[in-house]
Design a protein. Structure first.
Length: 175
């Protein structure tokens, strides 16, 4: 006698809902404002994404500028240098390509950088406690939180164009 355990049986996605696959996630990350149907939405998404890229670049440049003050601090110093280099590369990629994956990565980058400063100020981070009174700390926090918010707005504008309606032709019948 055979019995099927309902908990172990694989359940297909409900009708109207596609199952997530790595291929579909990569496809979703490549969504951009270039094909947004209303021109005003396309224009707004592009402008806001480029503005977000500027905030990422500002954050990177601040970290490179003050790297000399932190280079002697273990872990924190190299992180300032890495943040500056990665921020410049991310800002350039965002400004050129403006894809959803890059927009979300930029937002996460800005918010995580600001959160790292707040953690360092309030609790210490990697054995180092920072202060909001050091040069560029407050402006950095403002730029990073505003940059994260701007990029989240850009992501919402890209999603407002409902890019999932344009399924790739090869995936139309796949789950």
């Amino acid at each position: 006698m055979t019995s099927t355990n309902p908990a172990s049986a694989s359940h297909p996605a409900p009708a109207g809902h596609a199952a997530l696959s790595p291929r579909k996630l990569l496809w979703a990350a490549s969504w951009g404002p270039a094909k947004a149907a209303p021109p005003a939405l396309r224009w707004a998404a592009n402008v806001v994404a480029v503005a977000g890229a500027v905030f990422v670049l500002l954050s990177a440049l601040i970290h490179l500028k003050i790297y000399g003050n932190y280079e002697h601090i273990s872990i924190i110093g190299p992180l300032f240098l890495i943040q500056g280099i990665v921020g410049i590369l991310l800002a350039l990629a965002l400004g050129v390509f403006r894809r959803l994956g890059l927009i979300l990565a930029g937002a996460a980058f800005c918010i995580a950088t600001a959160a790292g400063l707040l953690l360092s100020v309030n609790f210490g981070l990697f054995g180092f406690k920072d202060s909001l009174l050091v040069p560029y700390a407050k402006s950095s926090l403002i730029e990073e939180f505003v940059g994260g918010a701007v990029l989240l707005i850009a992501a919402a504008l890209v999603l407002a164009s409902r890019p999932w309606r344009r399924l790739p032709t090869g995936d139309a019948g796949r789950a």
